[in-house]
Write a protein that binds this ligand. Structure first.
Ligand code: ZN
Length: 144
């Protein structure tokens, strides 16, 4: 495939999405960057911890494999990961991982984290902001 066309389509896609936590753009990040260990290849440019996606743009169909957002309130950090594809098979998976944090927002080591798994998508990252995201998490967790 023509590399310029590929690049252009990728750009159009990246320009169409934003970080659900702060609204910043999403762009490529060096693989050497520690946040790449989260398994994403594009991140919020303002703070890569906010939001990352794994977007496959080197083969057809182009596809968003997963997206991960991390948001905190005063007592917990929530990692919300939605999977859209496994290989070329579409899936609808959502995982919420919850960690206790200290007064400075750091995850407290040794505290048991909670994890929930759903066989559906529960978040629309692109119509969210930080407050909506937290509210949505809390609404979902009420029913646990
Ligand atoms: Zn952000």
């Amino acid at each position: 495939m023509n590399k310029d066309i590929m690049h252009k389509e990728l750009k159009v896609y990246l320009n169409s999405i934003k970080c659900p936590i702060c609204g910043a753009q999403v762009d490529m990040m060096e693989w050497a960057n520690p946040v790449s260990k989260r398994g994403c290849n594009f991140f919020c440019v303002a703070n890569p911890v906010h939001y990352g996606i794994y977007y496959i743009h080197w083969e057809r169909p182009y596809r968003l494999e997963k997206e991960l957002a991390i948001v905190s309130d005063k007592t917990h950090q929530y990692e919300v990961e939605q999977t859209h594809y496994i290989g070329i098979n579409p899936v609808k998976h959502t995982q919420i991982r919850i960690y206790n944090i200290d007064g400075e927002g750091r995850v407290i080591e040794g505290h048991k984290s909670k994890q929930f798994f759903y066989q559906k998508h529960l978040f629309d990252y692109q119509s969210a902001n930080k407050e909506k995201f937290l509210n949505r998490i809390k609404t979902i967790l009420v029913f646990q």
